[in-house]
Design a binder for this molecule. Structure first.
Ligand SMILES: Cc1cc2nc3c(=O)[nH]c(=O)nc-3n(C[C@H](O)[C@H](O)[C@H](O)COP(=O)(O)O)c2cc1C
Length: 352
């Protein structure tokens, strides 16, 4: 890492977190992000038919408007998920709404899906069409929408053919009513309408993968039901997990009581446990992406051994910068070799 970059990271960490995020996006757009190795033979893998040069992805929320996909791929991420995007642009919640919990290496956010809407998102995807790299579009629902399920269908219709996969995000805690879509009846209706839209859009072509992104605040009965419905309605996989509304006793930061979703270090243990339960509930038959608290190669490897075929991260980048993707990949290569595997896919679920 260059001294310049190191100093930049230190300066950014002293800013208000939302201003720091804006500065990071600007720097990335100017081409000032890190350039890293992306492909490692030991880490090349596949999930739901998507061929990844490495399994370490950028989680949704960092690039809400699909503006810095290529710089983040160049920084070493094996895939990038942009969004959440809602049909109409919206401002999100009043500021401050993003808090860095330095003592806990965690983040609390109640952004509330601030984004420029599907039209801007679509233009950004069109502008980079043809560039290499696996890209996901994470779909959300507008706060004032009375039929939230319809918003996901609108997102699929507007963007079909542009990203490599979609994510239906029904687990952000900052849009009233959104997480209720995880309840059995609402979920069944949602998945039914998503499947109908997908079949109409696909025609005879191969279908694009569609993942469901869930909260970590679920019990085993809910996990079993979500797994069963996901399989019934042909979902390509489940992303486990979004931020938590729980506040572990261990939190030390002054900001720990701020409302919103908690992510980063304090989410690692619970989100990995929930991931393991999804792997058990599906008996390994539905592809899983593990997210929540990954800050090292060892954390990523733990999620993979618990059943994830790929992983994603966001919060640890707030503390360690985007070059973290490459560091994690280098560490993963060592861990895979130390366990005597040729490829990381052999480690999926071995510790479930
Ligand atoms: C500031 C912030 C904004 C986020 N926005 C979104 C979002 O728009 N859509 C989404 O699905 N997840 C969003 N997330 C959740 C992350 O994608 C991820 O699931 C969660 O933070 C756990 O991973 P981490 O501990 O590596 O951050 C956001 C997270 C943060 C910290």
């Amino acid at each position: 890492m260059s001294v310049f970059y190191d100093l930049g990271l230190k300066a950014i960490k002293t800013f208000d977190p939302e201003k720091a995020h804006g500065a990071a996006i600007k720097a990335l757009k100017l081409g000032l992000g890190p350039k890293a190795e992306t492909s490692f033979p030991e880490l090349a893998t596949e999930i739901a038919g998507l061929k990844l040069p490495n399994p370490v992805g950028l989680a949704a929320g960092f690039d809400k408007d699909a503006e810095v996909i290529d710089p983040m791929l160049a920084a070493g991420f094996g895939f990038v998920e942009a969004g959440s995007v809602t049909p109409l642009p919206q401002d999100g919640n009043p500021k401050p709404r993003l808090f860095r919990l330095d003592e806990d290496q965690g983040v609390i956010n109640r952004m509330g899906f601030n984004n420029r809407g599907l039209e801007a998102f679509k233009q950004h995807l069109q502008a980079r069409k043809g560039n290499p790299g696996i890209v996901g579009a994470n779909l959300g629902a507008n706060k004032l929408s009375t039929d939230k399920t319809a918003d996901y269908v609108t997102g699929l219709n507007a963007l079909w053919g542009l990203p490599d996969y979609f994510t239906i995000n029904i687990s952000s805690p900052n849009t009233p009513g959104l997480r209720d879509l995880q309840a059995a009846d609402a979920l069944e209706d949602l998945l039914d309408r998503v499947q109908e839209a997908r079949m109409a859009l696909t025609g005879d072509a191969p279908s694009l993968p569609i993942f469901l992104k869930v909260a970590p605040d679920l019990d085993f009965a809910q996990i079993a039901r979500i797994t069963e419905l996901s399989r019934t309605y042909g979902m390509s996989g489940i992303i486990v997990s979004n931020t938590t509304i729980a506040r572990p006793e261990s939190l030390e930061s002054l900001y720990k009581h701020e409302p919103g979703g908690l992510s980063g270090g304090p989410l690692m243990k619970s989100s990995t446990q929930i991931l393991r339960e999804f792997y058990m509930a599906s008996e390994g038959r539905i592809p899983l992406i593990g997210v929540g608290g990954i800050a090292s190669g060892a954390d990523a490897y733990e999620k993979i051994k618990a059943g994830a075929q790929a992983v994603q991260l966001y919060s640890a980048m707030v503390f360690k910068g985007p070059q973290l993707a490459e560091t994690i990949c280098q560490d993963l290569v060592k861990l895979v070799k130390a366990d005597g595997y040729d490829n990381i896919s052999q480690a999926v679920g071995v510790a479930s």
